[in-house]
Ligand binder design. Structure first.
Ligand code: FAD
Length: 281
């Protein structure tokens, strides 16, 4: 389908995009760069800016979206046949550039021993230039799709993430003002998934490599850490169980103000994003 300029759900709108290139940046990360005629009108709030990605089902050339992409798009998408409608997943803006307008999205690859993951992972592994997707992305900076919001009076920031939230951590570190104190823990599947993360902040970044079949090392690392004094702000994202445990630790055992802990389950073991959406309805 071709999306017209009327397809809006302000402050987000639908974009009709094509893959320009797909590069394996590390064992567990594929960077897909998208372009499109009107991508120049997209705007990112930076940090952990999220958006919705709509993918074709296997065997389709283009994602099947509702006829009317106005305010009622979600109810219409849900009413479509799940075997036919576009696969909808949440992703983060890794980079949005102008001139030429390009959107980078980093896909953390997951799956079984044969390399088969969920539909989004499978799609990213097969992505080729020209492949079509749709994106419900922001068109204004203040769009409600950014969770990293340190309150006034924050003295230092604690950031914890697994590889699905690595693109968001990259955005947060780029955004943090010079001199901001930050302690960052990032869990990845392989030592080669460690990335260079440019920042002007005074950030101490600890990379943790997960052992196959073992629990997330993030919780133990944060539990054992000596944390700075002063008023903290914390941002946690990744597997939902890990996120919940860390939040409890920070609010319960460390005494963090719960209003200064932003937390988002980016995925949940054993549940697809459709399963999680179904629970909300
Ligand atoms: C706000 C937000 C932003 C996000 N940004 C990004 C991003 O920029 N990059 C990114 O890679 N992901 C990101 N995610 C996570 C991504 O949406 C999920 O991992 C999603 O489930 C992947 O879809 P899928 O079709 O591959 O798997 P699904 O069909 O959703 O799930 C299939 C199975 O795979 C499991 N699964 C899903 N993800 C993983 C994983 N990473 N490791 C192991 N098992 C998994 C599920 O538990 C389920 O059992 C984000 C999520 C949110 C909510």
């Amino acid at each position: 389908m071709t999306i017209t300029a009327t397809a809006t759900a302000a402050p987000f709108r639908f974009f009709d995009l094509r893959v320009l290139r797909a590069v394996r940046v590390s064992p567990a990360m594929i960077r897909v760069t998208f372009g499109g005629d009107d991508l120049a009108t997209a705007v990112s709030g930076g940090r952990d800016q999220r958006f919705k990605l709509f993918l074709p089902q296997p065997g389709q050339d283009t994602p099947v979206l509702p006829e009317d992409l106005g305010e009622g798009w979600y109810a219409q998408w849900r009413a479509q046949d799940p075997a036919v409608r576009a696969v909808m997943r949440s992703y983060t803006v890794r980079d949005l550039r102008e001139d030429p307008a390009e959107l980078d999205v980093d896909f953390a690859v997951h799956g079984d021993a044969n390399g088969h993951g969920g539909p989004a992972t499978n799609w990213a592994q097969a992505a080729r230039p020209g492949d079509r997707v749709a994106v419900l992305g922001p068109v204004v900076e203040d769009n409600g799709g950014v969770d990293f919001q340190p309150p006034a009076g924050t003295d230092w920031t604690l950031v914890t993430a697994d590889e699905t939230a690595l693109p968001a951590v990259a955005g947060i570190l780029t955004w943090l003002p010079a001199g901001t104190r930050a302690k960052v823990w990032i869990e990845v599947p392989h030592a080669d998934d460690v990335q260079d993360l440019p920042t002007a902040a005074s950030a101490e970044i600890t990379w943790l490599v997960r052992s196959p079949g073992h629990a997330s090392p993030l919780v133990d690392a944060v539990r054992a850490a000596e944390l700075p004094t002063g008023t903290p702000y914390s941002w946690i994202a990744g597997e939902a169980g890990m996120v919940r445990t860390l939040r409890r630790h920070l609010v319960g055992e460390r005494g963090f103000d719960r209003r200064a802990v932003s937390f988002t389950g980016y995925w949940r073991r054993g549940a697809s994003e459709e399963d999680l959406l179904a629970e909300l309805s």
